[in-house]
Design a protein around this ligand. Sequence first.
Ligand code: HEC
Ligand code: HEC
Length: 304
Amino acid sequence: MAIARPRRLLGRIAAAAWALAAAPALAAPAYSDIEPILRERCVVCHSGPAAPQGLRLDSHAALMQDGARGPVVRPGDAEGSELVRRIKGTSQPRMPLTGPPYLSDAEIGRIAAWVAAGAPAGAAAAPPPARKLPEAGEPVHYGDVAPILLQRCVKCHADQGLMGPAPEGLRLGSLEQALQGGERVAIVPGSPAASELLRRITGQSQPRMPFDGPPYLGDEEIRVVRDWILQGARDDQGRAAPIPVGAPVRLQGRLEGHWRIDGLELYLPPGARIDKRPQPGDTVELRGRVGEDGRIRVERLRRR
Ligand code: HEC
Ligand code: HEC
């Protein structure tokens, strides 16, 4: 034993040294080296017709195409390529827009090396599977709505978005952030009508979201977000989110009778303030809090 051990160790060192020496030779940068990074960190936004600046990052051909501002890859010139500048942060906003975390130094190095080597295509990879929305009646999980929120909302609703700090403090980069809300909650699990997030994407509340629309979300996308909230804003394991009892809300909508807005039953406790004599049919704004049953306890209701 005492003799065999150092020999085994030497063997291991030799194997490791061989691997180190062989690695640079094997590692002529190929598109297949960077494709997993792009798929994991970029494609959620940079794909499909709503890709920011028309820049799709879901295939070599798409990456080499001109976006709205021209090419982002200059083969052979890593430092001059917007792709590399964005992941390093030499061009702002830094990518991925969902960061931090940004890419690791090793990942940035791999992409820069690939551009420096002339951005070769290499063997064609299989095209990524197309995103499919759940059918009506099917369970909806966060993973089904995340691509919509990331692609259409996070450019602003992030700590350092296109408009600076997140509007109204509302960040939408993860399930936790979406449920937490900002200055108030935007999602009341189980109650789409009490969820300002849904009201904003349908236009019941103004300004309609996304703020840079049209285009707004498609009917099917809106349906999936509504079903997700209705089913309890479930995570990817199928667990419904808790009702944020006591959290502040602010909603806009059309008043119907005493007291509902767009079908949402309200609770006006004694002392609730009613301003500017709102009549049925009027657009109103209300502020209140989420009750234990998920109903909204109105603190103030006023005609807009
Ligand atoms: C949350 C959505 C989102 C993610 C994730 C994201 N981006 Fe972006 N990207 C944007 C938006 C929005 C813009 C436009 C910003 C602007 O106006 O400059 C943009 C712009 C860019 C641009 C500049 C395009 C041009 O023509 O000037 C590059 C390059 C880019 N992104 C690369 C990446 C890379 C690489 C990743 C992954 C490491 C990534 N992005 C991840 C949303 C995203
Ligand atoms: C171009 C930037 C931008 C984009 C993209 C955007 N928003 Fe907004 N969002 C804003 C601004 C600005 C406000 C504040 C507007 C106001 O109420 O005056 C806002 C407000 C909101 C509010 C109200 C928050 C509250 O506390 O009252 C919600 C909810 C919301 N956005 C959801 C979304 C959703 C969902 C998306 C994507 C489908 C989205 N936004 C995309 C800029 C943006």
